[in-house]
Write a protein that binds this ligand. Structure first.
Ligand code: F0G
Length: 452
């Protein structure tokens, strides 16, 4: 069969509320043209993020009821530990409340002033935690990554020559870890090839460096490897996932993505001494080592979620439904970051509304347009997010349509496509924005705008 269907039945439903265009206009103005400030009940299709917004399975909910809430040594912890060990192969496993908690602990231990942490592309919380420790975060993507139109099967790859050049220039002693984000979220949800992960490992071995994965979307990355990389097609996803982790010395994970849970994170180590330092910090601020700031039921849900996310029927459907959205937008003349990513489609806002200059935030204007047209909430990834405070404008002005896992059906996605096409047809009427109020850092969350 050609049709790829949702590989699940729906057992529990949650109503979403339709709004009129006039209501949405009022909500948008009340929120200062910033959808982060709109009440979720006024959103019809919420594509703000794929993080913590997924639907849990009946087995995960059953685990929630079965959970052991003991303070220390809970059975739920050992179930979680067993699953994580099977999937990733690490012996030293800490649960945390979400990805950035893992990052905060890791960089408190290995970060520090005068140090430099290279990556294919750091996510903003990773960058912020690295900088908070006094170190500098550097992105080393391949050149293809910054052109939305270039089709490269592994656009998330790290530029290996640039990594070697950096090590040569500043010296390995200033690099506490080399990181790879799989898939590369900031770069369009694009995957990293196994060949590239192996190449980073080789460089790290040669220069005596640590290598960690930011593995939030490890299963989606492995699926792309299976589909696109030579000699990987016949391998089970679980084997590819295992090789990805086997190549690393550790990993930070936000389980809110491929853990298929609403809250949770993981910190993995090969090295026992580092693990012990991290355990002490975890106890100081998160909780005891067998729960890490979570409830036993969260550990149960994660254990089951990590097992479900590597199921190939699920991954086939997941990646295909994102690709379907991307293909339909492209066919309608809407430029996206090509090829479609794993967890999201990124619309090229500069191409969408060329009449709006970068200083008037074309991405934010498009975000407002999608909300007005269809009650769809999306997220600007461009000058609003990365600009301000004297920083240079980013290379791309993007709008991310992030797809929550197992939440929306194909008809929801068809609706999103229809709304986007309607906005595109009337794009000449879209207006730019100016900021009227914004904090110094992470301004995209709370800034208020007015139309120019
Ligand atoms: N690393 C990556 C690649 C991420 O995408 C995220 C979160 C984190 C780390 C931090 O994890 O939120 O659990 O603390 N990304 C979300 C997003 C917020 O919308 O892309 P967290």
């Amino acid at each position: 069969m050609k049709t790829i269907i949702e590989p699940f039945r729906i057992k529990s439903v949650e109503p979403i509320r339709m709004t009129t265009r006039a209501e949405r206009e009022a909500y948008l103005r009340e929120a200062g043209f910033n959808p982060f400030l709109i009440h979720a009940r006024h959103v019809l299709i919420d594509l703000l993020t794929d993080s913590g917004t997924g639907a849990m399975s009946s087995e995960q909910w059953a685990g929630v009821m079965r959970a052991d809430e003991s303070y220390a040594g809970a059975e739920s912890f050992f179930r979680f530990h067993h699953v994580m060990h099977e999937i990733a192969g690490f012996d030293h496993i800490l649960p945390t409340h979400q990805g950035r908690a893992s990052e905060r602990i890791l960089f408190e231990i290995i970060g520090g002033s005068d140090l430099v942490v290279p990556s294919n592309a750091h996510f903003d919380t990773t960058r912020a935690n690295i900088e908070h420790s006094g170190a500098t975060a550097i992105d080393l993507p391949i050149p293809e990554a910054t052109d939305p139109r270039t089709r490269h099967p592994f656009k998330g790859n790290m530029n290996i020559a640039a990594l070697e050049e950096l090590i040569e220039r500043i010296g390995p002693e200033r690099i506490p870890v080399v990181m790879l984000t799989v898939t590369n979220n900031s770069g369009g949800g694009q995957p990293v090839s196994l060949e590239n992960i192996r190449a980073v490992r080789k460089v790290c071995d040669r220069r005596g460096l640590r290598f960690f994965l930011d593995a939030c979307r490890f299963a989606e990355n492995a699926w792309f490897i299976k589909q696109r990389e030579a000699k990987q097609h016949e391998r089970p996803v679980r084997a590819i996932v295992r090789e990805m982790f086997d190549l690393a010395d550790g990993a930070t994970i936000s389980a809110k993505k491929d853990g298929l849970v609403n809250i949770g994170g993981v910190l993995l180590f090969r090295d026992r001494a580092l693990f012990q330092k991290a355990s002490n910090l975890l106890i100081l601020t998160e909780g005891y080592v067998t729960y890490g700031g979570l409830a036993g039921r969260d550990l149960e849900a994660m254990a089951q979620g990590f097992n479900e996310v590597v199921e190939e029927d699920y991954l086939g459907y997941r990646i295909r439904s994102t690709e379907y959205l991307g293909e339909k937008l492209l066919a309608a003349g809407i430029q996206i970051v090509e090829p479609p990513g794993g967890h999201a489609i990124y619309i090229d806002a500069k191409a969408f509304c060329p009449h709006i200059p970068v200083e008037q935030f074309p991405g934010q204007a498009l975000v407002c347009g999608l909300y007005r047209a269809g009650g769809i909430r999306s997220c600007e990834i461009g000058s609003v997010m990365f600009g301000g405070a004297g920083r240079p404008a980013p290379k791309m002005e993007l709008v991310r349509l992030a797809i929550p896992r197992r939440v929306y059906t194909q008809s929801h996605i068809d609706y999103v496509i229809e709304a986007a096409i309607e906005v595109h047809k009337q794009r000449a009427e879209m207006r730019g924005l100016r900021i009227v109020e914004a904090p110094q850092v992470l301004r995209h969350f709370t800034a208020r705008f007015e139309e120019v």
